[in-house]
Design a protein around this ligand. Structure first.
Ligand code: BG6
Length: 487
């Protein structure tokens, strides 16, 4: 179990109202995450009220939660910890309406005391989010509360503006936490530490030294049981507008005036304001062969399961530096990397055939997996006579520090932050609306989807998109594994 330092918990006891409590995200991440936070003693005063369409009672919900922990919790530590957690669970079916929900929250609050706060987690599809907001309003549960919203935050500019307007009729912006779980990943936050805590890299973090950037998140996963959601969403809305653009903002933003929510949001939003509109000619949409035959998918579906695009940030730091983004389902490998390619030296005195430049430019690579890794690759001399150059690398892996067990899973981190009222790792209405605005040319005239075989790296045309550069993945050489001899 992670060693969580004292004092990081919320100031007040929390009544958590979990909408979508029986759904996929709740079972995979939210219930295991809440269990971990609670059994680690970080949220001692916390009661959880599950809400969903399913007709369950509190015991039925406990059985479901226990099943979810058995299947998905990464840290197995049940026994007494489970008994204590089970005690804190309650359930209200949606059919019980506003009065049923209010009564359940009041029961929890009697246990927690008068100064407790409410955390409403809306783990529901977009079309159900506003009904949940209205239900909370009707039940009088808006005061003393924070609300966590799940993406997608609209499907285009008009719907995002509408969603935000309706949300703001009930909740104020400072009560709203729009979750993007990529920002809760430890390595994403490490980008900030790496850039702004060291004098070494920040001076070269600009167009004078960086040639191009790739943010590449291929997945081997297919749709699972999410065809309904995915058909209406597609890879651009599911992954790019949310996760990849958010990571891009951390990578590209100016130093904030303080490590606090408002200055960080301001710098991220400046990146979004400087982004040029995404033009269809710079986008490749793909669909894996066989997608249209899947259950719940339209046999003539035009939904993209893959997307690669080039985008530009037209400001002093990044003008002329292309950012290539790629993500998709059923691809050859599951990876999450940011790869920064440095400019080549202006002149080479190394003899032809020495190998200089033969393995691409020197790179800095961040692996955004929970067990984060970082690598700086460069050319060095191969031992022996003459002057032959090889690509070498300096690598760091969180595994080597012995601290890997302390990593909080992204949702755990973000739930804890929301309970503490800390917006640093959440996105704002302004940022989201700007991202939909830059997406207008693409959404209005999406290029046709091209088929790609499952297990590949996407449609063939991905190479033209990055030419004269090359995609960094698949890696020519694997990450070094300290447990493997000779690596
Ligand atoms: C989710 C997307 O937000 O992120 C999924 O809806 C995607 O389609 C997932 O698979 C990837 O997240 P992670 O943390 O597993 O990389």
């Amino acid at each position: 179990m992670a060693k969580i330092p004292p004092g990081v918990g919320p100031k007040y006891p929390q009544a958590v109202v979990l909408f979508g409590a029986t759904g996929d995200l709740a079972r995979r991440k939210l219930l295991p995450g809440l269990f971990h936070l609670s059994s680690a003693g970080v949220i001692p005063g916390c009661r959880i009220i599950g809400v969903s369409l399913d007709d369950l009672d509190a015991d039925g919900f406990r059985t479901l939660a226990r099943g979810a922990l058995d299947q998905f919790a990464t840290r197995k530590n049940h026994g007494a910890a489970w008994d204590a957690f089970a005690e804190t669970l309650d359930y209200v079916p949606l059919a019980a309406g506003a009065s049923g929900l209010k009564a359940a929250v009041e029961r929890a609050e009697q246990e927690l005391g008068a100064n407790c706060r409410r955390l409403h987690y809306l783990s529901v599809p977009p079309n159900a989010a506003l009904s949940a907001v209205r239900l909370l309003d009707e039940a009088g549960l808006v005061e003393r509360s924070q609300i966590i919203m799940e993406k997608p935050f609209g499907t285009d500019l008009a719907s995002a503006v509408r969603l935000n307007t309706e949300l703001h009729e009930v909740f104020s912006e400072d009560q709203i936490f729009r979750i993007d779980h990529f920002l809760g990943k430890e390595p994403a936050q490490n980008i900030l530490a790496f850039r702004f805590a060291n004098g070494l890299f920040e001076p070269i973090w600009n167009r004078n030294f960086i040639d191009h950037v790739q943010i590449d998140v291929p997945e081997t996963l297919g749709l699972g049981s999410r065809a309904g959601f995915y058909e209406a969403t597609g890879a651009f809305r599911d992954m790019v507008v949310t996760h990849l653009f958010q990571i891009l903002a951390f990578m590209a933003m100016e130093p904030p005036t303080a490590l606090e929510p408002a200055p960080i949001s301001e710098e991220k939003n400046k990146v979004f304001r400087s982004m040029l509109p995404i033009e269809p000619k710079d986008v490749i949409r793909g669909q894996y062969t066989g997608y249209r035959a899947e259950e719940g998918v339209d046999p003539e579906s035009d939904t993209e399961t893959f997307i690669a695009l080039k985008c530009s940030i037209d400001n002093w730091r990044w003008a002329g530096v292309p950012f290539f983004l790629r993500t998709g389902k059923r691809l050859a490998e599951g990876q999450r990397i940011i790869s920064i390619a440095f400019r080549e030296p202006p002149k080479s005195m190394f003899p032809v055939g020495s190998g200089v430049g033969a393995q691409g430019p020197d790179h800095l690579t961040f692996d955004l997996a929970d067990a984060s890794k970082m690598s700086l690759s460069f050319y060095g001399k191969r031992p022996g006579p003459g002057m032959r150059l090889d690509k070498l690398s300096l690598q760091f892996a969180m595994h080597d520090t012995g601290l890997i067990g302390d990593v909080l899973e992204a949702y755990e981190r973000l739930i804890l932050d929301a309970m503490r009222g800390d917006h640093t790792l959440f996105t704002t209405a302004e940022g989201i609306e700007r991202l939909w605005e830059v997406s207008i040319p693409l959404l209005e005239a999406p290029p046709p989807v091209r088929l790609y075989p499952p297990g590949s790296w996407g449609p063939k045309s991905i190479h033209q998109l990055v030419a004269p550069h090359a995609w960094r993945l698949p890696f020519e050489r694997e990450w070094r594994d300290p447990n493997r001899a000779g690596s």
